[in-house]
Design a protein around this ligand. Sequence first.
Ligand code: ACO
Length: 319
Amino acid sequence: MSISDFKPELWTTSSNNALKISLVGENAVQFSPTFTYPIFGDSEQIFGYQDLVIHLVFDSVTFKPFMNVKYSKKIDNEADDIQGKLLKFLPKDDIIVKDEEKWVDAFEEEQKSYKFLNDEFKIGEYSIGDDEFVVYKAGIKDKFINKFHQRIQIFSLLLIEAASYIDDSDPNWELVLSFNKKTKQCVGFVTVYKYWKYEGFKEFDNDDNSHYRGKISQFLVFPPYQGKGHGSNLYQSIYNTWKNDSSITELVVEDPNEDFDDLRDRTDLEMLQKELFFNSVPNSGLVEEAWIKKQMKKYKIEARQFHRLIEMIMLHKNY
Ligand code: ACO
């Protein structure tokens, strides 16, 4: 091919379209990523291939990963190193590349001895239809949690804007996971962090009981399970755990997106309605700041969110 015949557009593929993610259980469910710029660069383009499909596949129980890059033509020496770019974000000694049979054998073997965490880590249970789910929370240094997190953390990059990997050597990070009790499939996960709340150095130094803020960092329900109520149940499990933990003063969320704000508003409002809080909010006029502060402390909800909730309750009362 002469240089004048070369058409770069024929050799350029959108990485969001080329990457196909699959969760394999009884059936395989395939979906596309929302973002690939952390892996393939801001333009989200891959150069040097035709008919490119990148399969990134996970067993839906163990999340043992498998990768296979397929294409009809490649420009030797010029094409982007897809495998190299992806492997930087996947657990190197764990992922199986190309050899599908080896991957199936590996996850089937792992499934035989696959166990949930002990009950001491359980923070919630819920049912959706006939299915029952259990929610666990454990420190990132836990062996099972650490390995599992290394397998699933790429989903944060692919589905949450501006997400980056957490420092999994920092013991303050914890992972919250929801599992289907029967199938053992993990339906979603949340990274959470406890950090110091300084209320004034003197007060802090004299206080034997340390106080923390509980931060939700990355919150994700895997696409096949979205829109069924898992997000709301996961959030409630975390909220209830921290509400009952006297060392936690409030729950904060790092960079919530619109979908998360929506989920949080609905779940917080349902909780406040059950607590009969709506009755104590005036129908109109100014709400006293001192009263709001007292209520915020009681419910451990941060100022921005609590003011939003009060506004929504007032709107609802006047509707
Ligand atoms: N039947 C039908 N619809 C239902 C049911 C049900 N049984 N239960 C809930 N729904 C509806 C809800 O009413 C809601 O509808 P709406 O969007 O019209 O208000 C919708 O389903 C979502 O509610 P949930 O099912 O509780 O939430 P989901 O499990 O889908 O989780 C989340 C929401 C976390 C945003 C998920 O879509 C996701 O992971 N998205 C990709 C990653 C992401 O954006 N994460 C948040 C980033 S911000 C952060 O990390 C802090």
